[in-house]
Design a protein around this ligand. Structure first.
Ligand SMILES: [Zn+2]
Length: 210
């Protein structure tokens, strides 16, 4: 399986990761402010293959706004955590960015413990609320890689002062992640950490006061 980071021209866009194994998956979509070059790049990397899944780590616009352009092109199955899936389906005003998000009715719920089969890799769904009510992370046991959305970054943790945020829940989520052996951390913003992902979780817990 290869993991490719997809860049964006929009500074606040989320990181996007394209996973190519026997099946293919995109994690988060960016805001969709500038979609054409992103679609072009993904298409090039897919090299004629289908994009099987789009997984959303949480409902915020900077991670999900791109769905409106990506879903019609790639016709992927769209998956999100139980607490956030309905918000992505409904669309509507995003309180942080002050924009109206296009509804995406085809979102399916994925919950704790589910393993998404990409062929030689199984990505485990870990519910990590706190930044939002229904945030999820994905863990690949084979490469010991965590895709953490905005729960935890290379050096920092997600904000909990937005609607649906909860510091205690974020603390619990970080405690849960601490039990995983994380080599590589692919977070929702900022740099990728290769080799010392566990340190970012421990630092995150320290930022939250433990
Ligand atoms: Zn967010």
């Amino acid at each position: 399986m290869t993991i490719q980071q997809i860049g964006s021209f929009v500074p606040y866009d989320s990181n996007m990761y394209l996973l190519i194994g026997e099946k293919t998956m995109l994690i988060d979509t960016g805001s969709g402010t500038v979609s054409a070059p992103i679609i072009g790049y993904i298409d090039e990397l897919l090299n004629g293959r289908k994009l099987d899944y789009i997984v959303l780590t949480h409902h915020h616009y900077d991670h999900t706004g791109g769905l409106k352009d990506l879903v019609p092109v790639f016709k992927s199955e769209v998956l999100a955590g139980p607490g956030d899936a309905h918000k992505i389906r409904m669309g509507g005003p995003d309180g942080i960015f002050g924009v109206d998000v296009t509804p995406c009715p085809e979102v399916r719920v994925i919950a704790e413990g589910l393993k998404i089969d990409l062929g030689e890799h199984l990505l485990e769904v870990i519910e990590t609320p706190g930044h939002t009510e229904g945030g999820i992370s994905l863990y690949d046991h084979k490469t010991r890689s965590l895709f953490s959305g905005d729960t935890v970054f290379a050096d920092g943790i997600g904000r909990t002062d937005f609607e649906g945020g909860d510091t205690e829940q974020l603390r619990e989520s970080l405690r849960k992640l601490k039990k995983y052996d994380i080599l590589n951390l692919y977070s929702g913003h900022g740099p990728v950490i290769e080799g010392k992902g566990n340190d970012s979780i421990i630092r995150g817990l320290r930022y939250i006061g433990e």
